[in-house]
Design a protein around this ligand. Structure first.
Ligand SMILES: N[C@@H](CCC[C@H](N)C(=O)O)C(=O)O
Length: 323
């Protein structure tokens, strides 16, 4: 089958965006999973953290489905939503749109460029739940907010939350960030295990100053990524609740792929986060995929020439982190 796609990224968390509104590729549930495993494999020409399928929606302007590189489907993707949001807004010739996702219809809005020449979008991250049943996490208690979990670490304190995909976050020092601990425990909770039967995205957070954090995430279904939008949103919320960062203020969130801004809102006991950052197109391509043979070839590839501007943001973020 011939498929047109756009390689895009948010903070270096990269995706292959496939428009199933414009073209009916006749994809089935099984073929979407297989396509994700085939095209996202980093040993081939495309390679990506996941696929964003854009579909018609009865409730919003479009529907986004997200498939991790291992073929599993995620309920949400923050960096992906910025890319999908840009795609839908530009298609509609509009500054904002509503995108249907697995568990919520979410607002996306074009924003002032985060740095000159970098298309920037604000997306809503919601609903947020601290109920362990919503991840799910099997701990024999209702919530886990800055608590120890003997099976994971004797030293670290963890917070578990669904935004609505599942996240486990810990505020760590440099020693733990530089150690193998995150890899070791992420692999444990994403393999066969009793705590997280569906796996979980695991983030280590470093506090860098008031309203400024660094977040590195091991993503369920992928592994370490340059950034995870829902994780950065969840981590910002965790630091507002437990480390003195401020609600309704912009929090700078650095990550291995660059930087975004998060604004955490509280209304009683409910929370939403605005995630603001780049939505960069790298290239568009036509791909001839044979799912039976698990093979594909790239027929046509055209660069968007946007990556150079994005590199300036990444270099700026890296310079800040090493200062
Ligand atoms: N990269 C995403 C999250 C993608 C889904 C995640 N791996 C999961 O399985 O929950 C983001 O930017 O939020």
């Amino acid at each position: 089958m011939l498929i047109n796609l756009i390689k895009c990224h948010g903070s270096g968390n990269d995706f292959l965006l496939i428009d199933e509104m414009e073209h009916d590729y006749g994809l089935t549930e099984e073929s979407r999973e297989r396509l994700a495993r085939l095209l996202c494999d980093r040993s081939n020409e495309l390679g990506a953290d996941g696929i964003l399928n854009i579909l018609p929606s009865k409730r919003g302007d479009a529907r986004m489905r997200v498939f991790n590189s291992d073929g599993s489907e995620a309920s949400m993707c923050g960096n992906g939503l910025r890319c999908a949001g840009r795609y839908v807004c530009e298609k509609l010739g509009s500054q904002e749109a509503v995108i249907e996702t697995m568990k919520a219809d979410l607002n996306v809005k074009k924003e002032e460029d985060i740095l000159e020449g970098i298309p920037t979008y604000r997306v809503e991250i919601s609903p947020v739940s601290f109920k362990l049943a919503d991840l799910p996490m099997m701990l024999g208690q209702d919530t886990l907010i800055q608590g120890k979990v003997a099976e994971l670490s004797e030293e670290l304190e963890f917070t578990a939350l669904a935004v609505p995909n599942p996240h486990l976050a810990a505020i760590v020092d440099k020693k733990n960030l530089d150690s193998e601990l995150q890899k070791k425990l992420s692999e444990a909770v994403n393999g066969p295990n009793k705590l997280f039967p569906d796996g979980v995205n695991v983030s280590f957070i470093r506090l860098l100053g008031k309203n400024r954090i660094f977040v590195r995430t091991f993503e369920r279904g992928v592994g370490f990524t340059n950034a995870c939008g829902t994780a950065m949103s969840a981590s910002s919320l965790v630091t507002c609740l437990t480390a003195g960062n401020e609600f309704d203020e912009s929090i700078e969130v650095y990550n291995p792929g660059g930087m975004v801004q998060c604004v955490v809102h509280q209304s009683g006991e409910s929370y939403t986060v605005d995630l603001i950052g780049n939505a960069t197109y790298v290239y568009q391509a036509e791909v001839d995929a044979d799912l039976t043979a698990a093979a594909f070839s790239v027929k046509d590839k055209q660069n968007f020439n946007e990556q150079e501007n994005y590199n300036k943001l990444r270099e700026k973020a890296q310079a800040f982190l090493s200062s």
